[in-house]
Every structure is written in C-alpha cells, then in structure tokens.
Design a protein around this ligand. Structure first.
Ligand SMILES: [Zn+2]
Ligand SMILES: [Zn+2]
Length: 372
C-alpha cells in the first residue's frame, strides 16, 4: 500500500530544531559558551511550553476538567502557541480521538499499536487519515470559545511572532543573539516537543496498570517528572475528566498544583475530581483480575480465587456503604434546610465508613500479595 504524503513543514521543523539541539548546542557551548541567563530562558521556556499544553490544551480544553478565567485561557493559548503543537482546536480534536479509539491502528491518531516511532513523532510526519478532520466535528464546544477560535485563525503568524520574537527580544536585551536563538529558540522547542511526545509513546509502553489493562496506557512516575505530571497516564485514560493525573499527594503533578493554585486565586472553577469510590473500585477490580490470572492453572487455584472473590465482595460492599454515606452528607450540605440535618453526624459517619473500607483495602492488598 502506498504511504501517505510527507508533511514537509513538520519534518523541517523537527529536523532543524533537533539538529540544532544535538549538534548546535554542544558546538556553541564549546567555542563560545552559554551563561546563566540563556540557560534560564531555555528552562523557563520549556516549563511554559509544557505546562501550557498540559494545563491548557490537554486538561482545560480537551477534557474540560475545569473552567478558567479568560486571562488564564489567553495566557495558556499563547504559551501553547509558543510550544508549537498545532492550534488548540486541532490538538484537542486529535486527542479526543486518541481517547475514544485508543490503540485502534486506524482511528487513534497516535496509536501505540503502530510502534514507538509512530506514536512518538511518526504520526505527524505524513498525512495519515486518522489525523485529518478538517471540520473538527468532535470539538463543537471549543468552537464557542473565542480565544480558541482566535488562536486557530491566526495560528501561523502567532507561532512565528512568538517563536522568533521572544528569543530575538531576549537575545537583543542580553547581547548574544545567536546563543539565545539556539538555546531559548530551537533547543527549547525541541526539548518541550519531545517531552510532550513521550506521553503518547513511552507512557503507552512503560509502567504499571493499576486501574485497567483494557488499553495500553501506563502509570510511570519517571515520565511524570518529565511531563508536568502527565506520566500517570493509566489513571488519566480511565478517568479522563479529572483535573488531576497524579492523585496521591506525593505524586509529581505540577499541572494539578497550578490548576489548584488558580482555583485558590479565584481564576479557575469547577475542578472535576473523580469520586474516590469509583477509583477504588477500578483498583480493586484490576487487582482481582491480575491475581486470578497469576493463579490460573495452579493446584488449589479455585479455592484461592474463591477466597479472593469473597474478600473482594466485602471490599465492594464497604466502598458502596461509604459512597452512600458521603452522598447523603453532600446532599444535606446542599439543601436549603440544612438545620434539619445533623451535618456533623453525617460527616462523621462518612469518614468512619471511609476508614472502614480503607482498612479492608489494606487487608485486601495484603491477601493478594500473599497469594500471588
Ligand atoms: Zn494516551
Ligand atoms: Zn487526555
């Protein structure tokens, strides 16, 4: 079968910025050197590019995980333009298809099933049918967003203005124009590109699958370090509307921290969090499946699976009891006649049941570890 035509503009951008980064940067560093200002301009630039994609393009626009004040949306749109990963509308359209058809070789634009190279960068180098939807039919909601449409309409001039304008302005101010163009211009772009691309490639092959293995997405703390928290990709594929990717306090998710800070300042609202019981049900189900698979074929497997199933059922019951109690408390808090409820008692009950299911969860995990 004939391969689709090459997209020369994309190939040129990736090749030129890539070559400058791996050859130009060390050569220039050897003969001329970079100073702290130039390195800072690059590091800050990478940070702005990455976080505008994760907090803006990804969690705000594609998944509508929260709502943001227009000033935040404008800044994220400009930061995302500086990152040069196509317009918000185009990016979101591709990404929504990625979630909908994940791992489908024909419909997922960056399907991991087509190999590492394709999911990382190859999918952008040719006119593959999965990446063409000029109507952006799955992004009707985003067409109502004036900032999204403004950025889409003026995308190319904006990209050129920011990608040349910022490094040139910084270079003129700093005094070493070429050095700034190499580091804050080209290297910043190439590094931030590949860090984002890792989410489509590496985060679909390397890591754990605590929530589901019905798709190839993985949780990987190391990838989270490089991608502003998006390495918890197995969680994300299962609970895509959540504004968080790393849900534990110790998981590195600066995108979540930024969104939470914006909310604290009153600049972000409606932060969506997946209910705890939903998350825990998925985890428990996945663990049951994994342990049962390991046991299959072993002597006395039936007995052990029965034991597992019993403990699993108890866990589910306890999770459901907590879920119900919490719902009661939340509903009571929302009513206008709050006085008719003992809110403290309802809250107390919910947290007691939470403790209860958490204890069962621990026992459940210990049992699985012992049996497996
Ligand atoms: Zn994915
Ligand atoms: Zn996503």
């Amino acid at each position: 079968m004939k391969k689709p035509g090459i997209i020369w503009l994309n190939v040129s951008v990736f090749v030129i910025t890539g070559l400058i980064t791996v050859i130009g940067v060390p050569v220039y560093a050897f003969y001329h050197g970079f100073d702290g200002w130039q390195i800072t301009a690059m590091v800050v630039g990478v940070f702005i590019c990455e976080i505008s994609i994760t907090a803006g393009y990804h969690r705000l626009w594609t998944h509508r995980a929260y709502q943001a004040h227009w000033t935040v949306r404008l800044l994220l749109a400009l930061g995302g333009t500086y990152a040069t990963q196509n317009s918000i509308l185009h990016w979101a359209s591709d990404h929504r298809r990625h979630h909908r058809y994940v791992d489908d070789k024909d419909k997922d634009p960056y399907s991991a099933q087509r190999g590492f190279w394709h999911s990382h960068i190859g999918w952008m180098l040719r006119h593959y049918p999965a990446t063409i939807d000029t109507e952006y039919s799955n992004c009707r909601d985003l067409k109502q967003d004036k900032i999204v449409m403004w950025q889409h309409k003026h995308y190319l001039p904006l990209v050129l203005a920011l990608n040349f304008g910022i490094p040139i302005a910084l270079g003129l101010w700093h005094g070493d124009l070429l050095g700034m163009l190499i580091l804050a211009g080209a290297a910043r772009l190439a590094i931030s590109h590949h860090m984002t691309f890792l989410i489509n490639s590496l985060a679909h092959v390397w890591g754990r699958q605590p929530y589901s293995d019905t798709n190839s997405s993985r949780d990987n703390g190391l990838i989270a370090l490089l991608t502003m928290g998006e390495g918890y990709h197995n969680y994300h594929h299962n609970f895509q509307r959540d504004y968080r990717n790393g849900i534990r306090w110790w998981q590195f998710d600066p995108t979540k921290w930024l969104i939470r800070s914006l909310a604290w300042m009153g600049l972000a609202t409606h932060l969506y969090r997946t209910p705890l019981e939903k998350i825990e049900r998925s985890r428990a189900q996945m663990l049951l499946t994994k342990t049962s698979r390991k046991l299959a074929g072993l002597p006395h497997a039936d007995l052990m699976i029965l034991r597992l199933q019993t403990e699993y059922d108890i866990l589910l019951k306890k999770i459901n009891a907590f879920s119900q109690a919490r719902r009661l408390w939340v509903e009571a808090r929302k009513t206008v006649v709050q006085e008719s409820y003992d809110l403290d008692a309802l809250k107390e009950k919910a947290s007691e049941l939470r403790e209860n299911f958490m204890q069962q969860k621990k026992d459940w995990q210990v049992l699985n570890a012992r049996i497996a």
